[in-house]
Design a protein around this ligand. Structure first.
Ligand SMILES: [Zn+2]
Length: 204
């Protein structure tokens, strides 16, 4: 049995695509996304991410169904306001680009949850610009009303990806999801919503 190339003590049971050699499960778990910049395709990363995010989502949901529902809606608004605004600035933007941006946001945020280190969205072109815009909206909302935390942000990005894929498949012209978002959410309307929410908070 080969020896882990990182600690050189335990058995190397997992092939690590970063060091391109076998490592032990303990080194895999402790260096994952920290010392090692794991690719999203690694099955050990995927498995650990799915487990950790499911546990954290369950903790969040335990705090009350009604509050969870409201937080989820507000988070979806922050994300889709960014998409609606970006689509109004780039009329030829496609559902595929929006979906890539949503997936990159989910991936980057999950990496941050697991490692405590912030990660850039791993995508190119306009999808990256849009992903950064989504993260900026989430950050703005977080500064003003204290949500969303990253677990919620990753969850909602995942749910919106599913919704986007469904709407896109139904319409077939490649912009069905973006049209639906622009009907639901006015471009440049995040500030208005946040002002309304913070005003009602101060009134108590
Ligand atoms: Zn090791």
């Amino acid at each position: 049995m080969a020896i882990c190339v990182l600690c050189r003590q335990r058995k190397g049971k997992r092939f690590c695509p970063v060091v391109y050699n076998v490592i032990c499960p303990i080194c895999c778990g402790s260096h994952r996304l920290k010392k090692l910049n794991c690719p999203s395709s690694c099955p050990y990363l995927r498995q650990a991410k799915a487990l950790e995010m499911a546990q954290k989502e369950a903790e969040w949901a335990q705090r009350g169904a009604e509050r969870a529902e409201i937080e989820q809606r507000l988070t979806a608004f922050a994300i889709e306001e960014a998409i609606s605004t970006f689509a109004s600035e780039h009329p030829d933007l496609t559902d595929i680009e929006a979906i890539s941006a949503l997936q990159a946001v989910q991936d980057a945020v999950e990496r941050e949850v697991m490692s405590g280190i912030s990660h850039e969205p791993n995508v190119e072109g306009r999808a990256k610009d849009l992903a950064l815009r989504i993260l900026k909206n989430a950050q703005t909302m977080r500064q003003r009303i204290g949500i969303p935390h990253n677990v919620l942000l990753a969850r909602v990005a995942r749910l919106l990806t599913q919704r986007a894929m469904l709407l896109s498949q139904r319409t077939r012209d490649g912009q069905g999801y973006l049209r639906a978002v622009r009907v639901d959410i006015q471009p440049n309307s995040l500030e208005q919503l946040l002002e309304r929410l913070t005003a009602s908070q101060t009134r108590g």
